[in-house]
Design a protein around this ligand. Structure first.
Ligand SMILES: [Zn+2]
Ligand SMILES: [Zn+2]
Ligand SMILES: [Zn+2]
Length: 89
Protein backbone atom coordinates (compact mmCIF):
# COMPACT_ATOMS: atom_id res chain seq x y z
CA UNK A 1 0.00 0.00 0.00
CA UNK A 2 1.35 3.41 -0.94
CA UNK A 3 1.05 6.30 1.42
CA UNK A 4 0.66 9.90 0.47
CA UNK A 5 3.39 12.38 1.23
CA UNK A 6 2.82 16.08 1.53
CA UNK A 7 5.06 19.02 2.27
CA UNK A 8 5.15 19.98 5.93
CA UNK A 9 4.15 23.52 5.08
CA UNK A 10 0.97 22.20 3.47
CA UNK A 11 -0.17 20.52 6.68
CA UNK A 12 -2.30 22.96 8.70
CA UNK A 13 -1.83 20.85 11.84
CA UNK A 14 1.90 21.31 12.37
CA UNK A 15 1.24 23.91 15.06
CA UNK A 16 -0.23 21.11 17.17
CA UNK A 17 3.15 19.44 17.53
CA UNK A 18 3.88 20.41 21.12
CA UNK A 19 5.49 17.40 22.72
CA UNK A 20 8.40 16.05 20.76
CA UNK A 21 9.81 13.27 22.88
CA UNK A 22 8.87 10.74 25.52
CA UNK A 23 10.71 8.11 27.49
CA UNK A 24 7.64 5.89 27.65
CA UNK A 25 8.48 2.26 26.92
CA UNK A 26 5.05 0.81 26.20
CA UNK A 27 1.60 1.52 24.82
CA UNK A 28 -0.52 2.84 27.65
CA UNK A 29 -3.51 0.75 26.58
CA UNK A 30 -2.14 -2.68 25.73
CA UNK A 31 1.45 -2.55 27.02
CA UNK A 32 2.91 -3.30 23.60
CA UNK A 33 6.60 -2.36 23.70
CA UNK A 34 7.53 -2.17 19.99
CA UNK A 35 6.58 0.18 17.14
CA UNK A 36 5.40 2.83 19.56
CA UNK A 37 3.99 6.15 18.42
CA UNK A 38 4.07 9.45 20.28
CA UNK A 39 1.06 11.75 20.06
CA UNK A 40 2.70 15.15 19.69
CA UNK A 41 -0.40 16.98 20.93
CA UNK A 42 -0.56 15.43 24.39
CA UNK A 43 2.57 13.30 24.73
CA UNK A 44 0.73 10.03 25.22
CA UNK A 45 2.21 6.88 23.71
CA UNK A 46 0.36 4.14 21.86
CA UNK A 47 1.05 1.20 19.59
CA UNK A 48 0.89 1.30 15.80
CA UNK A 49 -1.50 -0.36 13.40
CA UNK A 50 0.61 -3.49 13.07
CA UNK A 51 -0.33 -4.10 16.72
CA UNK A 52 -3.61 -2.96 18.24
CA UNK A 53 -3.66 0.40 16.46
CA UNK A 54 -4.20 2.32 19.68
CA UNK A 55 -2.60 5.45 18.22
CA UNK A 56 -5.32 5.60 15.57
CA UNK A 57 -7.96 4.98 18.22
CA UNK A 58 -6.46 7.89 20.17
CA UNK A 59 -6.80 10.11 17.10
CA UNK A 60 -10.43 9.09 16.66
CA UNK A 61 -11.15 9.83 20.31
CA UNK A 62 -9.28 13.12 20.59
CA UNK A 63 -8.61 14.50 17.10
CA UNK A 64 -4.92 14.83 17.96
CA UNK A 65 -3.45 14.76 14.45
CA UNK A 66 0.29 14.18 14.43
CA UNK A 67 2.36 11.19 15.55
CA UNK A 68 6.05 10.34 15.38
CA UNK A 69 7.82 7.04 16.04
CA UNK A 70 9.48 6.26 19.37
CA UNK A 71 12.24 6.41 20.33
CA UNK A 72 12.35 9.86 18.78
CA UNK A 73 15.28 11.01 16.71
CA UNK A 74 16.36 14.36 15.38
CA UNK A 75 15.27 14.82 12.70
CA UNK A 76 12.31 12.49 13.10
CA UNK A 77 12.44 9.29 11.05
CA UNK A 78 9.01 10.31 9.83
CA UNK A 79 6.02 12.42 10.83
CA UNK A 80 2.47 11.23 10.19
CA UNK A 81 -0.64 13.41 10.10
CA UNK A 82 -3.90 11.54 10.61
CA UNK A 83 -5.97 14.50 9.42
CA UNK A 84 -4.14 14.61 6.10
CA UNK A 85 -3.62 10.83 6.09
CA UNK A 86 -0.09 11.48 4.88
CA UNK A 87 3.56 11.59 5.83
CA UNK A 88 4.95 15.09 6.15
CA UNK A 89 8.24 15.81 4.45
ZN1 LIG B 1 -2.05 17.76 8.82
ZN1 LIG C 1 -1.70 -0.60 22.21
ZN1 LIG D 1 -2.97 12.92 22.02
Amino acid sequence: MAYAKIKKENCPHLGEMKILTSDAKKCEKCEETTNLRLCTSCGRVFCCESHMGHNKEHFKETGHPIIVPLPTSSPFTWIWCWEDNAYLE
